[in-house]
Write a protein that binds this ligand. Structure first.
Ligand code: PGA
Length: 246
């Protein structure tokens, strides 16, 4: 079973989100081998959940607020997402970290909030181009994991990690599969030091139909987080078809 998570970011408005969702629902996927989840914008989440309710497709939030409720103008909490039927939430996506300035500490609080609310967090970690050039990839990943997991109890919840090198996101410059395998092993071993439960590791960063199979050829990579290529029907279908044929 491989996870295919579609991060639609802020590419699609409500109408476009629903059009893509409904087009995808008309396809006859073999979802026995695939765990498919859509991550629409906050505004569209509940409507997408209603649309997919008779299918095995799951829905996730792109980010969450860490407090359950209160005077947090503009916020949408993990609990609110859970209450409308989301299963997952992305936490610490690099666009949240580097565009919105969220810190490792913020990521930790969001991770904790997801676990409290019963959402399965998809913790995104990844090194920047500078980290990589300075040979600090493992240092950065280790640090992001350490900060995220500080005093954290999984409490029987699932946890998923997405390895998303910042330099590979939206650039077309995808990380080479051998490097992804090596890093996925590193992450798996690191996570084992914190939790007994196995946390699947996904890869994200310029995934498309032409490269998706190369990442999924080894068990150490449990799936992919697809951004740009998941926002258009033809390119996303092409990705799914490649995985179906694995
Ligand atoms: P991309 O984005 O596939 O457009 O590189 C991946 C992500 O940000 O999750």
């Amino acid at each position: 079973m491989k996870h295919i998570f579609a991060n639609w970011k802020m590419y699609l408005d409500f109408d476009e989100t629903m059009i893509l969702t409904n087009q995808l629902l008309q396809e006859d996927f073999n979802l026995e081998k695939i765990n498919l989840a859509f991550f629409p914008n906050a505004l569209s989440c509940s409507e997408v959940i209603k649309a997919v309710q008779d299918s095995p497709i799951e829905v996730g939030a792109q980010t969450v607020n860490w407090t359950p409720r209160g005077a947090y103008t503009g916020g949408t909490s993990a609990e609110f997402y859970k209450n409308v039927g989301c299963k997952y939430a992305l936490v610490g996506h690099s666009e949240r970290r580097y565009v919105f300035g969220e810190s490792d500490e913020d990521t930790h609080k969001k991770l904790s909030a997801c676990l409290d609310a019963g959402l399965t967090p998809v913790l995104c970690i990844g090194e920047t181009k500078e980290d990589r050039e300075e040979g600090k990839t493992e240092y950065r990943l280790k640090k992001q994991l350490m900060k995220a997991f500080e005093n954290l109890e999984l409490g029987g919840n699932e946890l998923i990690i997405a390895y998303e090198p910042v330099w590979a996101i939206g650039t077309g410059d995808a990380c080479l599969p051998d490097e992804v395998f090596k890093i996925a092993k590193f992450i798996t071993n690191e996570v084992k030091q914190y939790f007994e439960a196995y946390a699947p590791v996904l890869y994200g960063g310029s995934v498309k139909a032409e490269n998706v199979v190369s990442y999924l050829s080894q068990d150490i990579v449990a799936g992919v987080l697809v951004g740009g290529a998941s926002t258009k029907l033809d390119t996303f279908l092409a990705v799914i078809k490649e995985i179906e044929n694995l």
